[in-house]
Design a protein around this ligand. Structure first.
Ligand code: FMN
Length: 173
């Protein structure tokens, strides 16, 4: 069982990346959990290049997803929307059907995050990914819920992450 975890933030010390690192501590031994490191390498989406030989980073992403049983997306909101590089990545996945029927846990951890969270549900719905209300989490005021080292210090947030992640794992194993 393989899970690919993708952070929508490229920022060093990102809260979203820290959430994905926290989830890695909950992963059972039977599950291989990888945090995707190459989001910054995905080129701007060009439908003219979206063919059998796409750019190498896109090919690699599609292959990694084909080998993954489930995906976690954890992202902030920028300017009331989905971070551009994450949306750009998802645009490359429309034609490849990489997320069709794939279980996706969606976490939006941001100052507010409501618009990105809703928008991503629409986009992932268009890609026919498998989303579930119990594993969709919106975490507002995220920065105040972490300490300087990126540890989650808010007990409620930790509990909701634990619960949603366990539900997700139980659904795919
Ligand atoms: C350019 C920019 C725009 C932002 N716009 C929003 C926004 O519209 N809504 C929101 O909830 N947070 C917004 N934020 C705040 C981010 O949610 C916050 O910085 C968050 O911690 C980023 O996630 P990260 O810690 O994983 O990098 C914005 C941040 C930046 C840098």
């Amino acid at each position: 069982m393989k899970i690919l975890a993708i952070s929508g933030s490229l920022r060093e010390g990102s809260s979203n990346h820290n959430i994905l690192k926290y989830l890695s501590t909950l992963v059972p031994d039977t599950v291989d959990y990888q945090i995707y490191k190459y989001l910054a390498n995905i080129p701007a989406f060009d439908p003219g290049l979206d063919n059998d030989t796409p750019p190498p980073s896109v090919r690699q992403l599609r292959e990694t997803l084909a080998q993954s049983d489930a995906v976690i997306i954890c992202t902030p909101e920028y300017a009331f929307g989905v971070p551009g590089q994450l949306k750009n990545m998802l645009d490359w996945l429309v034609s490849s059907s990489s997320l069709v029927d794939k279980p996706v846990m969606l976490i939006t951890a941001s100052s507010q995050g409501k618009y990105a969270h809703e928008s991503l549900q629409l986009t992932l719905g268009a890609l026919t990914a498998k989303l579930a209300d119990e594993t969709n989490l919106l975490i507002p005021f995220i920065r105040s819920k972490m300490d300087g080292e990126g540890n989650i210090v808010d007990e409620e947030v930790r509990k909701s992450l634990d619960k949603a992640f366990n539900t997700f794992i139980n659904g795919i194993t």
